[in-house]
Design a protein around this ligand. Structure first.
Ligand code: UTP
Length: 293
């Protein structure tokens, strides 16, 4: 069984739900407290043991590449001013030299197409796919939990799933639950945006996957699906016909930072958890929620 060494981060989307903020700045660079969203997911991958970080970018996304590079002038200025803590913070954000790849999706044809664009970088080995929109607040991180489960299962494909109220399933991909293996279970079908009464469960596909390289051949032939985009779920459905495919109920709380409400909630949740900010933020929230006479 080949180990999982690489993770794909698709960051080529237009981020229309965040206009005008995402007009000149990638939405993946929006900050949760004081770090860009993309930094959280790269840290999650590093914690899980990922060695190579493959970004599928697009036009207007070069700030992401700059973020994961050195900034010599800034570093020199910080050093000359004795700002050691800030220098350490910058150092901790940086993947090791040669451990990142950036390729461009020339047009935003869908998530499946973005993943396919990274096929040469990944090659013939299993890989992790992380959607930066989805932050999972957990310890250990969601991908680490999944990689441990994947090793215990002896490989295959794995998608993170989470429970939602049944009346909300129609906005998501929903999985059917087969034989259980601890927190993992064999997938018994996947349905895109079902009516609540037709849904096989209330478990939805969330933004973390471990996939075998066979997905690339399927993506190459994949016709556009929902919204006229090449969907990764359609290719996963085909993959599940021939290859072992599991769902994994991770332990953690998700924030859909691709939506305004999820983004705001993530800022509060991560801010409240910060030793340097939590108490003060709680006071600010209390003051906002206390009716004034
Ligand atoms: P989303 O559909 O949530 O992101 O895709 P979006 O299209 O950027 O945002 P909205 O809906 O217009 O507001 C999930 C992830 O897949 C990437 C996005 O960058 C995001 O991280 N993606 C999506 C691509 O890389 N390429 C695509 O063609 C589509």
């Amino acid at each position: 069984m080949k180990p999982i060494r690489k993770a794909i981060f698709p960051v080529a989307g237009l981020g229309t739900r965040f206009l005008p903020a995402s007009k000149a700045m990638p939405k993946e660079m929006l900050t949760i407290v004081d770090r860009p969203i993309i930094q959280y997911v790269v840290d999650e991958a590093a914690e899980a043991g990922i060695e190579h970080f493959a970004f599928v970018t697009g036009r207007g996304k070069s700030a992401i590449e700059d973020h994961f590079d050195r900034q010599p002038e800034l570093e020199e200025t910080l050093a000359s001013r004795g700002k050691t803590a800030e220098l350490k913070t910058l150092e901790a954000c940086l993947p090791a030299a040669g451990r990142t790849s950036f390729t461009r999706q020339q047009a935003p044809l869908g998530l499946g197409h973005a993943v396919w664009c990274a096929r040469d970088i990944v090659g013939d080995e299993p890989f992790a796919l992380i959607l930066p929109d989805v932050l999972v607040k957990s310890s250990p991180g969601c991908l680490k939990q999944m990689m441990d489960a994947w090793r215990e299962l002896g490989g295959g494909n794995l998608t993170a799933v989470e429970e939602v109220p049944r009346d909300q399933v129609s906005s998501y991909g929903v999985v059917g639950v087969g034989h259980q293996h601890g927190r993992a279970f064999e997938l018994d079908g996947m349905v895109e945006k079902p009516k609540p009464e037709d849904a096989p469960s209330n478990l939805i596909i969330t933004g973390r996957y471990i996939l075998e390289p066979q997905i690339f051949e399927l993506l190459e032939r994949q016709e556009p699906g929902a919204g006229g985009e090449i969907q990764v779920t359609d290719a996963m459905l085909k993959l599940a016909e021939d290859r072992p495919f599991y769902g994994y109920r991770f332990d953690g709380t998700t924030y859909d930072c691709g939506s305004k409400i999820g983004f705001l909630a993530a800022n509060l949740a991560y801010g409240l958890d910060r030793p340097d900010l939590g108490d003060r933020l709680r006071q600010e929230i209390d003051a906002l929620l206390t009716p004034t006479a």
